[in-house]
Design a protein around this ligand. Structure first.
Ligand code: GSH
Length: 210
């Protein structure tokens, strides 16, 4: 394990799981400070001093205080290198492209589908159909890309795959039929089956529900 000054604030059953996954991929030692998004902890003044948005995750890494899960992952990949990190400026550009793409094109609809599924929020009756319709175009783009190479940047799993697959990870639980996107289905299985994600999910099993 690499000696690290990294502290991750969050709850393993939240978007913090994206950062825990990355830390495990990189073999980083880190301190985990539990901050729940569900019981007011993420809105407490001492946590707002770290992330004024009141969301988890956030990290402190040496002098750097940072929030936004997918940006944190891009930072950690760049800092620690290894196979997940972009090697060239072009790869870095594409990792940023795919990360911003998933946030803008797919994550919102995916999150809404999961909220409807869990009975969270007040969504109009046609919400599910609208979200499913919205997701078709980005899934077509993703499927087409994955028809040309096994991973988003080519032959190896990188931070781009981690960020995009984790953002799309709720999809199978929403009842969305992915069979029309076979490359996406197979790639999601591969990405979400990685041992480092399993390790991050072990943390979730022992975390309190609040
Ligand atoms: N775009 C942010 C979103 C963070 C976010 O919304 N986190 C949720 C938990 S998954 C949260 O903290 N909710 C509690 C709140 O907003 O009070 C990221 O990816 O880090």
């Amino acid at each position: 394990m690499t000696v690290s000054t990294l502290t991750i604030y969050g709850h393993p059953r939240s978007r913090a799981s994206r950062v825990y996954w990355m830390a495990h991929e990189l073999g980083l030692a880190f301190d985990h400070v539990p901050v729940s998004p569900r019981n007011g902890e993420s809105r407490a003044p001492d946590y707002l001093a770290i992330n004024p948005n009141g969301h988890v995750p956030a990290i402190v890494d040496g002098d750097l205080v940072m929030w936004e899960s997918l940006a944190i992952n891009l930072y950690l990949a760049k800092k620690h290198g290894g196979p997940l990190a972009p090697v060239t400026i072009e790869e870095e550009a594409l990792a940023i492209q795919w990360t911003t793409w998933v946030i803008n094109e797919a994550e919102g609809s995916c999150t809404t589908l999961i909220q409807v599924q869990n009975g969270v929020g007040n969504h109009p009756p046609d919400t599910v159909n609208k979200c499913k319709e919205t997701l078709q175009a980005p899934l077509t783009v993703l499927n087409s890309t994955l028809s040309k190479s096994p991973y988003l940047l080519g032959d190896r799993f990188t931070v781009a795959d981690l960020n995009v697959s984790m953002s799309l990870s709720p999809m199978p639980r929403t009842g969305f039929d992915l069979s029309g996107y076979p490359k996406v289905m197979a790639w999601l299985d591969t990405c979400l089956g990685r041992p480092a994600l399993q390790a991050a999910q072990e943390m979730a099993k022992s975390a309190p529900d609040t």
